[in-house]
Design a protein around this ligand. Structure first.
Ligand code: AMP
Ligand code: GLY
Length: 436
C-alpha cells in the first residue's frame, strides 16, 4: 500500500520509520517533514491544515491510506475531506477531534459515558475562576479550553498565578476549565480505534516539565519510556473497560465515531484511575518510545482501523526490550526557542548499540542539519531493561552536538530504580464526572 503521512515532527518521523518496516507498505510520502523525514521518504510542501490541499495531494499520489499525525489538521477537518473523497484515513473527523479540541466537550462526553475524571468547572469570568479555585482548593489546575500545544495548563499552589493564567486565556478570547488536582503517577495509553472497537498499545510515561525532578514550566514532553514496570496488573484492561470503550460507544452513539488514536492521559490516584485529558493523536515523544518496541506491522494496523475492521481478538506484539526516549531541545524552549544552530554527531549517536535518532524541529540547509524548532531531536535507546536502555540513550545523547541545547537527565530514572509506586486504593471507586 501507498501511505501519505501528514505532519512535520518527531512523532511523524517515528511513524514513518515504523511504516517503512511494514512489509505491506510499498511507498511512504510525507507532507510537511523535517531533515530526518526527508532522508527517508519524499516530502511534499502543502498547507497541512487545508483539507482541500491535502486531499488533492493524496489523490495525486494515489495514496491508499493517509495518516494524520498532529491535532491541528484533525480539528480543521482534513480527515473529513479525505473520507469524502473516498480515501482511507487514520485519524478522527473534525467532530470527533473535539475530544482534544475542547476540554469542555471532553468533560461532557466523559460525564455522559461515566468515565472517571477530575471534577471541574467551566469559567468565563474572573469571579467564576476565583469561586472554583476556592471550591477545589490548592494545588490549582487551570486549563485553556482550546488547543494550546500542551502549554495551556497551569498547575500551581499560587492562587494569583492561577487567576493570572485564566485572565490571559480570557484576554485571548477563550474560556477556561478549573479542575480538582489529581495526585498520582501519570500514564499515557494509546488506543487504536476503528469507530466501534479498540486495541490498546503498551502504556508509556511522559515527562512534561522542562527540568529534572519535574521542575519548571510544562512543555510538549521532554522524554518518555515504556514499558512501565510499576503499573498494577489488569491496568490496561481496566482503562479499556472504564475509559476507552465507553468513550468510543458514546462517540458512535452521537453519530461521530472515533477512528484513529485515542490518547488517554491518566493519573493513578488513590481513588483509582482518572482521565487527565484526551488527545486524538499519538503523543510526542511517547510515540518514539512505544513504536520502537512495536512488532505488529503498523501500516496494516492503521488500515484496519481506518476501514472499521480492527481484529480485537488479536493482541499487538511487542519487543521484550525497554525503550527510553530523550528529547534534545533548543535553548529557551518552551518560551521562544533559539533556532538555526547546526546539529551534528547524529551518526555517532546512532552508532551506539540500540540507539536511533528521531528528528523533530530540524531542517536541511546546504547539506547541513539545522535546528528549526523547540524540540529538535528525540534520541531513543533500547535495552534489556530500563537501566540499560537509559545508559544507551544517554550515551547517544552525549554524542549530539548543538549549541546550548538542553535535555533532562532523569528520564525513566525513578522507574529504573523501582521508586514509583502507585498509591494504594482507598475504599470503593466512585465514578466522578463533571460537576453540574
Ligand atoms: P493536559 O494538557 O490536560 O494534559 O495537562 C498537562 C499536564 O498538566 C498533565 O500532564 C499533568 O501533569 C498536569 N495536569 C493537568 N490536569 C491535572 C490535574 N487535574 N491534576 C494534576 N495535574 C494535572
Ligand atoms: N507528550 C504529550 C503530548 O503529546 O501531548
Amino acid at each position: 500500500m501507498k501511505v501519505l503521512v501528514i505532519g512535520p515532527g518527531g512523532r511523524e518521523h517515528a511513524i514513518i520509520r515504523s511504516l517503512l518496516s511494514d512489509p505491506y507498505v510499498r511507498e511512504v510520502h510525507a507532507a510537511g517533514g523535517n531533515a530526518g523525514i526527508a532522508q527517508l521518504v519524499e516530502t511534499h510542501a502543502v498547507a497541512t491544515d487545508d483539507p482541500a490541499a491535502v486531499t488533492e495531494l493524496a489523490q495525486q499520489l494515489e495514496s491508499d491510506l493517509v495518516v494524520i499525525g498532529p491535532e491541528a489538521p484533525l480539528v480543521a477537518g482534513v480527515a473529513d475531506a479525505l473520507r469524502k473523497a473516498g480515501i482511507a484515513v487514520f485519524g478522527p473527523s473534525r467532530a470527533a477531534a473535539e475530544l482534544e479540541g475542547s476540554k469542555t466537550f471532553a468533560k461532557q462526553v466523559m460525564a455522559a459515558a461515566n468515565v472517571p475524571t477530575a471534577m471541574c468547572r467551566v469559567a468565563t469570568t474572573g469571579e467564576e475562576v476565583a469561586e472554583a479555585l476556592d471550591a477545589f482548593g490548592a494545588p490549582h489546575v487551570v486549563k485553556d479550553d482550546g488547543l494550546a500545544a500542551g502549554k495551556g495548563v497551569v498547575v500551581t499552589s499560587d492562587g494569583d498565578e492561577a487567576l493570572a493564567h485564566a485572565q490571559a486565556c480570557f484576554d485571548a478570547g477563550g474560556s477556561v476549565v478549573v479542575e480538582e488536582y489529581l495526585e498520582g503517577p501519570e500514564v499515557s495509553l494509546f488506543a487504536i480505534c476503528d469507530g466501534r472497537k479498540a486495541v490498546p498499545m503498551a502504556p508509556a510515561q511522559d515527562f512534561k516539565r522542562i527540568y529534572d525532578d519535574d521542575a519548571g514550566p510544562n512543555t510538549g514532553g521532554m522524554g518518555a519510556y515504556t514499558p512501565l514496570p510499576w503499573v498494577p496488573s489488569g491496568f490496561v484492561d481496566e482503562v479499556m473497560e472504564r475509559v476507552v470503550q465507553p468513550v468510543i460507544d458514546e462517540m458512535a452513539g452521537r453519530g461521530t465515531p472515533f477512528i484513529g488514536v485515542l490518547y488517554c492521559g491518566l493519573a493513578l490516584t488513590s481513588r483509582g484511575v482518572r482521565v487527565i485529558e484526551f488527545n486524538v493523536r499519538f503523543g510526542d515523544p511517547e510515540t518514539q518510545a512505544v513504536l520502537a518496541r512495536l512488532k505488529t506491522p503498523l501500516g496494516g494496523l492503521m488500515m484496519e482501523a481506518a476501514k472499521g475492521e480492527l481484529d480485537t481478538n488479536e493482541q499487538l506484539t511487542w519487543s521484550s526490550q525497554s525503550a527510553v526516549a530523550v528529547v534534545v531541545a533548543a535553548e529557551n524552549y518552551p518560551d521562544s526557542p533559539r533556532k538555526g544552530d547546526p546539529v551534528t554527531g547524529l551518526d555517532a549517536a546512532e552508532a551506539v548499540d540500540g540507539v536511533h535518532v528521531i528528528h523533530a524541529g530540524t531542517k536541511l540547509a546546504e547539506g547541513r542539519i539545522l535546528s528549526a524548532g523547540g524540540r529538535v531531536l528525540t534520541v531513543v535507546g533500547l535495552g534489556p531493561d530500563l537501566e540499560q536502555a537509559r545508559r544507551r540513550v544517554y550515551d547517544g545523547v552525549g554524542q549530539v552536538r548543538m549549541e546550548r541545547s538542553q535535555y533532562r537527565t532523569d528520564i525513566a530514572a525513578r522507574a529504573a530504580r523501582g521508586e514509583i509506586t502507585p498509591p494504594q486504593r482507598t475504599g470503593a471507586l466512585p465514578v466522578i464526572g463533571a460537576e453540574s
